[in-house]
Design a protein around this ligand. Structure first.
Ligand code: GRG
Length: 310
């Protein structure tokens, strides 16, 4: 990696490669039943940042792995992420009309298709990651470990568990007065964030590292990196919900406040939230400070997560 590393160019290049790999692995929009595949294509190609597969590729690079070989497998992360967004937007959950700047999946295809498109995306994701015809030459042990990482990040200890806590356990802003009540509020929020957002981001880093042939020491360091980046990502998202415009975000903002669910800025304010997110990013960077220049994209991504505007 040379000294002129540009994160913007890197992100554009990696996003294009991830988009191409997604087109290669998904059944075409006309594959029967066409309505299902149109619903899947609609959300997968609605313009996401592709942060999770890009993190996986960067982790693979950081440990000297072959990013081209793992690419057809790690797009599974984007399929799980997209399923979670489709289901999160449903009337039974967050009831959103706009996502990634477009009408949400159920607004276009109906709730039945949105649920089923999400279900099919999950099956496709696990199918891809475990398909022996993809990523030929990767050790079976590393593949199995990657499947197991994704299972853990998607289930009750990850996305689904975090969503349940977010829907049913997040107390209203009044609970977050000060002192011990505030500390308890932050601890609950951290638990939700670690599952709902952090688990998949941490898994992305670990899966990329495992498929790239990471040593146990490298994997441990990258886990700390992934954890810090994941928690900072959610705090940054909470800040954007307060500070960014719906146009920048491609979705409604002020949702947390409107639903009377608290988020970091409600509990400690925006400045302190930013400071906490920065501490997580500093910790993530410290975790990989012994890595060489091949970890430069991971360093750039950590900073980007805090500074992003969408
Ligand atoms: C339905 C099981 C289930 C889980 C839903 C995804 C989710 C959990 C909730 C959506 C709301 C939310 C704030 C989730 C936290 C993760 C997050 C910040 C998602 C947005 O990710 P980005 O910014 O989105 O990577 P793009 O559109 O760029 O892919």
């Amino acid at each position: 990696m040379d000294a002129r590393f540009s994160l913007g160019t890197y992100l554009d290049d990696r996003k294009a490669r991830v988009d191409k790999a997604l087109r290669d692995v998904l059944p075409g929009p006309d594959a029967p039943p066409a309505l299902l595949h149109q619903a899947i294509h609609y959300s997968v190609f609605a313009g996401g940042k592709r942060i999770r597969p890009i993190l996986a590729l960067a982790a693979c690079d950081a440990v000297g792995g072959d990013a081209d070989r793992v690419l057809p497998l790690i797009v599974a992360l984007e399929l799980i992420h997209t399923y979670s967004l489709i289901h999160d937007d449903l009337p039974a959950m967050d009831d959103d009309d706009v996502r990634r700047g477009q009408p949400t999946n159920h607004r276009v295809f109906g709730e039945d298709l949105a649920i089923l498109a999400g279900d099919a995306l999950q099956a496709l994701a696990f199918g891809l990651l475990s398909d022996p015809n993809r990523g030929r030459g990767l050790p079976a042990e590393a593949r199995l470990a990657a499947v197991s990482e994704l299972v853990a990040a998607a289930g009750g200890d990850g996305l689904v568990g975090g969503q349940v806590m977010d829907l049913r356990e997040a107390p209203p802003p009044a609970a977050a007065a000060d002192g011990p009540a505030r500390d308890a509020a932050l601890a609950t929020l951290d638990g939700i964030h670690a599952r709902k957002t952090g688990a998949l981001i941490r898994a992305a880093v670990r899966i990329g590292a495992r498929l790239g042939g990471a040593s146990p020491e490298q994997l441990a360091a990258l886990s700390r990196y992934g954890e810090g980046v994941g928690l900072a990502f959610q705090i940054a998202d909470d800040l954007l919900d307060v500070e960014a415009t719906p146009e920048e975000m491609g979705k409604a903002t002020h949702k947390d406040r409107d639903r009377r669910k608290w988020a970091y800025p409600d509990v400690v304010g925006c400045d302190a939230s930013r400071a906490i997110a920065r501490r997580w990013i500093d910790g993530a960077l410290a975790a990989i400070d012994t890595f060489d220049a091949r970890a430069e994209p991971l360093r750039g991504l950590a900073r980007f997560i805090l500074d992003r505007r969408s």
